[in-house]
Design a binder for this molecule. Structure first.
Ligand code: CS2
Ligand code: MG
Length: 403
């Protein structure tokens, strides 16, 4: 069996997606997601100019060898651009292999470990009252796990809160928008938010919160402690994880569970956090962490230390990523939760898929492969549009801060 063609498709049905499609001489095709929010064309070029010429003529069945070839062979290892490109190839090859086997991907990985995938939805509001309403609305829709974010009094724009529309889209500028930040205001406000949310929603719903890398380790420890009465499922990215040792301090002071890893692209980013049991959930994804082949290694390492998965699932990951993630989640023994930020109908129309949402759970389909394709004709109607993630500055003096 041989790879005969491979194409990178960049489209913008409401937001940018980079998709790789691989064709074989047996007529089977596979697709993978390579979207790197705000830096999409870098991955498209990495694939187009450097990876695709090496793929033509190779045997698509040799997933492991191709993974090693792209990883070790480039000499320049790791990094989000490289690992997203490798991920797209890897995901497309697993799709092809599962189609060859006539099986849904989760069967090839080792079979079903659960009936469905618990997801968490996003409840966001401009203030506490709005967020409480959104949490209750999610509960009505059947969600068992809900992430709560709200505007912070005295701050113009904060992470996760859209001021204009209900659907939050982080890459919202033709040039980077500027947000303002004040850790003290946020630290005062957030326990109040969770007090109100917990009071309204009761004890049975899992509550999550994303700090988006904005606190110092000491502040993160303070926040974790002040949230303990509200029994969070997790507190996400409380401080940047560039220096994983920073989490030792947080861990010493709070039992609020921690989730990290949406910006990780390699097992080496995760290693210390997992081995020292400094986190409870690892958020690496199929798309940014080297595909099914590499994410599986991360999950296996995590399992040794009772760390569970909580794959990133924002809308900048395409429906292809969601399809692959759901097969992974259906199999992985140490599953925790899957993020679910629904794509718009326009986005979904470009990616025919067989997964479905029902009362707080996502279910992968049973069609061979990962169950997601791309409608290339429709995709061509939505050309790339430059979009950036925002930057964040301290309100006090404009110092550029973590976003
Ligand atoms: C986020 C993302 O989903 C999350 O937890 O942190 O919205 C993140 O900001 C975007 O995926 C960035 O591309
Ligand atoms: Mg996050």
């Amino acid at each position: 069996m041989k790879i005969t063609a491979a194409r990178v498709i960049v489209c913008c049905p409401g937001r940018n997606f980079v998709t790789l499609k691989i064709e074989t001489d047996q007529g089977l095709t596979g697709v993978g997601d390579a979207t790197l929010n705000g830096r999409e064309l870098a991955v498209a070029s990495y694939l187009q100019d450097h990876v695709l010429p090496c793929l033509i003529g190779r045997d698509p069945q040799q997933i492991e060898d191709i993974w090693q070839y792209l990883y070790k062979g480039a000499y320049w290892r790791r990094g989000p651009v490289t690992m997203s490109a490798i991920a797209a190839v890897d995901t497309a090859l697993w799709d092809i292999k599962a189609k060859m086997a006539g099986m849904p991907l989760y069967q090839l990985l080792g079979g079903r470990s659960r009936t469905g995938v618990m997801v968490y939805g996003h409840a966001t509001g401009r203030d506490i009252a709005e967020t409480v309403d959104e949490v209750l609305r999610h509960r009505e829709e059947g969600y068992q796990a809900i992430r709560a974010q709200s505007g912070v009094p005295g701050l113009e724009k904060v992470y996760g809160v859209s001021t204009t529309q209900r659907m939050y889209e982080p890459a919202d500028g033709n040039l980077p928008n500027e947000h303002d930040w004040d850790s003290a205001k946020y630290l005062r406000h957030t326990p109040r938010l969770f007090e109100a949310v917990r009071e309204a929603v009761g004890e049975d719903i899992h509550l999550l919160h994303d700090v988006h890398h904005r606190l110092s380790p000491n502040e993160a420890a303070q926040l974790g402690r002040s949230l303990e009465p509200y029994q969070l499922f997790w507190m996400e990215d409380p401080t940047p994880a560039d220096n994983p040792q920073a989490f030792r301090l947080i861990r010493q002071h709070t039992t609020t569970p921690l989730a990290v890893g949406e910006v990780f692209n390699s097992i080496w980013d995760c290693k210390l956090l997992i081995e020292e049991q400094l986190i409870d959930y690892i958020r690496a994804t199929v798309t940014h962490a080297g595909g099914i082949t590499h994410l599986r290694r991360i999950a296996d390492l995590a399992a040794l230390y009772q760390v569970r998965t909580g794959c990133h699932g924002a809308t900048d990951l395409s429906p292809v990523a969601m399809g692959a993630a759901l097969h992974f989640d259906t199999w992985v023994p140490n599953f925790g939760v899957q993020e679910y930020m629904p794509h718009s109908a326009q986005m979904l129309s470009v990616f025919p898929h067989d997964w479905r949402f029902e009362r707080g759970m996502l279910y992968c389909g049973e069609t061979p492969g990962h169950g997601v394709d791309i409608d290339e004709k429709l995709a061509a109607k939505y050309p790339y549009q430059r979009a950036y993630l925002p930057v964040n500055r301290l309100q006090r003096d404009g110092t550029l801060w973590d976003w």
